[in-house]
Design a protein around this ligand. Structure first.
Ligand code: FES
Length: 108
């Protein structure tokens, strides 16, 4: 994670032809939910969004950092490590002051 990502996308596409792989068929909904909950619980300063297909269907579940790299073959046991790296790279919303009161309401 060289660049500071501002968004993490998780592919939840399901392809209904049984002989074609898809991220949803490989468990990406559970990964999306775990990442969404982890980012919220840790208050990590990054946006999480579900996405529909990056064209990496044979290598999924696919996660994409924006800006940044793909995480291919994501699995539930990788979520804590991904969250640790996101927290280290992006910080928390307290760090960025996103949850701070508006400046015009501070002081007199
Ligand atoms: S189905 Fe996830 S990358 Fe295509």
């Amino acid at each position: 994670m060289d660049q500071r990502p501002n968004k993490i996308l998780i592919c939840v596409n399901r392809r209904f032809k049984h002989d074609e792989p898809s991220c949803a068929a490989r468990g990406s909904f559970a990964i999306a939910e775990a990442l969404e909950n982890g980012v919220k619980d840790r208050n990590i300063d990054i946006e999480v969004e579900r996405f529909v297909c990056f064209g990496q269907c044979h290598k999924g579940p696919t996660v994409k950092l924006v800006p940044g790299d793909f995480i291919l073959g994501a699995a539930p046991d990788m979520v804590d490590g991904i969250l640790d790296k996101l927290e280290a790279t992006c910080g928390t919303k307290e760090d960025s002051g996103e949850n701070a009161p508006p400046a015009h309401l501070l002081g007199s």
